[in-house]
Unconditional design. Structure first.
Length: 158
């Protein structure tokens, strides 16, 4: 019996492992963020609008499972990338008030949020960070959007 060998298929477990290691490193580099010092977020500008919207929508839906849907104001320092715009739109779509200048009324509950998007080994790694939770996931990007390529990584802070 002759079984065809595919280098691409043979390397897939190695790629998945590399993506998981990269995601672990990203999540282990936790930064404490407060309302006075929200960390600047970053995403590569080459991620398309449809991919950025798909990733932002998925990550915000997962974030809302952790912090409750639309229950607070989110402080976000966006960048000018398609992902920065998609993140702000996704947050508003889930009912969150979004401030980008970090000025709110003293009685307002504010959740500082930072994101990092990295392209690695043919996938995109996404991380959302708040004071209480970190979420991470790898995505496969296509011309029409993006689909999750890994399980959601969740870390709670005490």
């Amino acid at each position: 019996m002759n079984i065809p060998f595919s280098h691409s298929r043979a390397l897939q477990p190695l790629r998945n492992f590399a993506a998981a290691c990269t995601l672990t490193i990203l999540l282990s580099g936790c930064q404490s963020i407060g309302t006075d010092n929200v960390v600047a977020s970053s995403a590569p500008p080459e991620i398309s609008g449809p991919a950025a919207s798909a990733i932002a929508g998925d990550m915000v839906s997962r974030l809302s499972e952790q912090i409750g849907p639309g229950k607070a104001t989110v402080a976000l320092k966006t960048d000018t990338s398609p992902f920065g715009q998609a993140m702000e739109a996704a947050l508003k779509g889930w009912g969150y008030a979004v401030v980008t200048d970090q000025k709110t009324d003293s009685g307002t509950t504010v959740i500082p949020l930072a994101y990092v998007i990295l392209a690695a080994d043919g996938q995109v790694l996404a991380r959302l960070s708040t004071n209480s939770v970190e979420l991470g996931r790898a995505y496969t990007v296509t011309a029409n959007g993006a689909t999750p390529a890994s399980a959601l990584s969740l870390m709670r802070r005490g």
